[in-house]
Design a protein around this ligand. Sequence first.
Ligand code: FES
Length: 106
Amino acid sequence: PTIHYILKDGSTREVDARIGASVMETAIRGNVRGIDAECGGCCSCATCHVYVDDAFAGLLPPPDDMESALLDAVAAERQPNSRLSCQLSVTAAFDGLRVRVPQTQV
Ligand code: FES
């Protein structure tokens, strides 16, 4: 599946994702800037915040309590489509997924 990352400058990076990898890991492997992921994916840093394109909202399981609590601590504004990208595990249905990186992670 191909994930489209919309960067701060408005440009888009496309990265081929592996099934089972997270949207955060896919970004790091693809050298996508703007996703810091300081904790390495253990859902404790809130620096892997992304905004998921509304067209894909129904595809994703809702955030669990831990992710939701951490989303309250993101540096940029939390919006209804805010997610922690380390908690999004890629499936085949993610092909074409669009996520936007926030203006800041810290
Ligand atoms: Fe730290 Fe996602 S990488 S919470």
